[in-house]
Design a protein around this ligand. Structure first.
Ligand SMILES: [Mg+2]
Length: 332
């Protein structure tokens, strides 16, 4: 597998979908139809194509590949009898994989014995349709499962978004950090982390009131979220007036560029702060660190990266705030 390039100058990677928020989709739901017989795929696709985006696979390997793509399908219609891997095996694999386990599966099959259906449901399938099927019943069952999936996605999105600033929350960040940590270690790519604090936010809140404090947090969050240019970059609210930025495939040089861009963006907002000893407007302090898997002992953890960036943030404050402090993870 070819590793993605490291960009210290951080050339933006074009992406139509900004990934700084938990995945949200507003297009039609997507259905993956898996069947070794193209005629069967055609019959189901014809039935559903007016209401859904249809993608298809004639074997389990291709189906797995399509299911793991981002964004994945919202429902899988799965045949059982297929020459290489059967539908049961594929369902088992989908349900065991973190990336695909939440996609509902409906078996559509010529097997019509109760034990076949029981086996499918025990493997985690949401529903089971025997052939020959009634088109209206297929449409209704598909509709029910897709509605349920979209509701679950919405709840998930709400659970992973910060209500005030509408950027991802700490829970989402922690999840992404552990995913990226594993991915970057596998690909031997650098991973950078920034911790950010609004300077003297308590006196701001005390003097201007909590309403103004909330508005300040919202504006800072939006300005920070707009600074990174790559779809995989993540800006999240960590808690209170603290924010965190995850920069995959980014070395220290590239991450420092993003950090300085963020510091400048907050200056540009020019939110007046008459009670800050640092400036007459709102400023931020930033601490950053990069993990280079090629150079570091494998024992270093994502928790260590977080701690080192946090120590760097502390240093930035000690040295007078409104600045970036960089700390090498080896120095800890
Ligand atoms: Mg078949």
């Amino acid at each position: 597998m070819t590793a993605p390039p490291i960009c210290s100058s951080r050339s933006p990677r074009a992406s139509p979908i900004r990934n700084t928020r938990p995945e949200v989709r507003e297009q039609r739901a997507t259905i993956l139809i898996v069947d070794d017989q193209p005629a069967n795929i055609h019959a189901l696709a014809k039935l559903l194509k007016d209401d859904y985006r249809i993608i298809t696979a004639t074997n389990a390997a291709k189906a797995l590949e399509l299911a793991r793509r981002e964004p994945g399908p919202d429902l899988i219609l799965l045949d059982i009898l297929m020459p290489d891997q059967d539908g049961y095996g594929l369902c088992r694999e989908l349900k065991a994989d973190e990336a695909t386990h939440a996609i509902p599966v409906i078996f559509v099959t010529a097997l019509d014995q109760a034990q076949d259906e029981a086996k499918g449901l025990q493997l985690g399938a949401a529903d089971y349709i025997s052939k020959p099927f009634n088109p209206a019943i297929v449409r209704a069952r598909v509709h029910n499962q897709v509605s349920l999936k979209l509701k679950t996605d919405l709840l998930e999105k709400i659970a992973l978004q910060d209500g005030l600033t509408e950027i991802p929350n700490r829970r989402y960040f922690d999840r992404k950090l552990s995913q990226e940590w594993n991915r970057q270690s596998r690909h031997q790519q650098p991973l950078s982390l920034l911790m950010i604090d609004i300077d003297h936010f308590k006196p701001y809140n005390d003097h201007y009131g909590h309403g103004a404090g909330d508005e300040c947090l919202r504006r800072v969050a939006q300005a920070l979220a707009q600074a990174p240019t790559r779809s995989a970059d993540l800006v999240a609210r960590y808690g209170g007036e603290e924010f965190v930025v995850l920069l995959p495939d980014t070395d220290a040089t590239g991450a420092r560029e993003v950090a300085e861009k963020m510091r400048a963006a907050i200056h540009t907002l020019a939110i007046p702060h008459a009670y800050s000893p640092v400036s007459d407007h709102i400023t931020i302090s930033l601490g950053g660190s990069t993990h280079q898997p090629q150079r570091q002992r494998p024992a270093t953890s994502s928790e260590a990266l977080k701690q080192v960036a946090d120590q760097a943030l502390y240093q930035a404050k000690e040295q007078g705030r409104d600045r970036l402090f960089w700390r090498d993870i080896d120095a800890s």
